[in-house]
Design a protein around this ligand. Structure first.
Ligand code: FES
Length: 119
């Protein structure tokens, strides 16, 4: 595992989002409720970019396409493909339920760092 500096701390204000590329990963960084989160910028259902996903007060990020909800910290699935109405279960069956990959973050030496396994 290794920590990689991806942004200056001042480049990510509350409510802002940035996608950074680290090795083969496109990672969405966002600051929410005073914390910094890093998640893979691809919904585990069909790979849709998560950058435009709504973030809830409950620290979840919602996929902009089929509205699956994931815990921002752990990536755990909170709800799997509830949309479109009536078809959500069918859409969910296209791919088995999988968590959204997340990455540890820290602020140090004026920068934002993420930890990548194997880096
Ligand atoms: S692409 Fe995200 S829930 Fe379907």
């Amino acid at each position: 595992m290794g920590w990689i500096r991806v942004l200056d701390e001042g480049e990510l204000h509350t409510g802002e989002r940035h996608v950074v590329e680290v090795q083969e990963h496109k990672i969405l960084l966002l600051r929410h409720g005073g914390e910094i989160f890093a998640v893979l910028n691809a919904c585990p259902h069909m790979g849709v970019p998560m950058k435009r996903g709504k973030v809830t007060e409950g620290r979840e990020i919602v996929c902009p396409l089929h509205k699956s909800r994931f815990d921002l910290q752990t990536g755990e699935v909170q709800e799997w493909t509830p949309w479109p109405p009536m078809l959500g279960k069918v859409m969910g069956a296209v791919k088995e339920k999988r968590p959204l990959p997340t990455f540890p973050t820290k602020v140090e030496d004026g920068g934002i760092w993420i930890e990548i396994a194997g880096a």
